[in-house]
Design a protein around this ligand. Sequence first.
Ligand SMILES: [Mg+2]
Length: 235
Amino acid sequence: MSYWSLHPVQLLTFDLDDTLWPCMPVIQAAERAVHDWFREAVPVIAECYDIDSLREHRIRVARENPYRAHDLTGIRLHGYRHLARRHGLDEAIAEQANAIFRRERNKVTPWPEVAEALRTLREYFVLVAVSNGNAQIEHTPLADCFHHAFMAEEVGAAKPDPALFHAAADVSGIPLSRAVHVGDDPHRDVEAARRMGMQTVWVNRNGMVWPEDLPPPDHTVSDLCALVALLLDDH
Ligand SMILES: [Mg+2]
């Protein structure tokens, strides 16, 4: 009996940031694009805030609104509105700045093996993206790779809360006992999914050491080629 005949799988859920693409470069580029736009369109903001102080301001806004911490887009917009009001500017600039951030946030660069691996897996499983971040998968280079996608801000809570996993089960009609979650974060991905009775795959691209205080993942892979081999070689 193969492993997967004992653990039949129909649904794969995927974390996005740092699982399918490196997150920090795209955030930094998006913050730069917003600041460039401020310099052109609202110079008073660009003169008062550099990129770091804009980031600090947003973090402060998030801290003051902990009940909305999962709503990254809402927090960012709220922060830009606050800046507009503080400087006596039209709040419409907040929407414009936020739209620029969103557009740039979607310009992710998936690791080279990712798109083909997902397209292969898509032929065998239902694929659902479940992200704490706010990249809109339909506007990324992976637009055609998933059957469904959910962001924390759409379901009202970020992983490790189970809301994203429930959303994936509901939309696919597949129970979490027949699902594998794939992600890079030991707590928010692997442990959160394990607690929901899912199979877990830890994507460990950088040879990190698994945290001692957590039960180990069911499987560990270094990239998505290894995931395809893990899930399909046995089928
Ligand atoms: Mg991640």
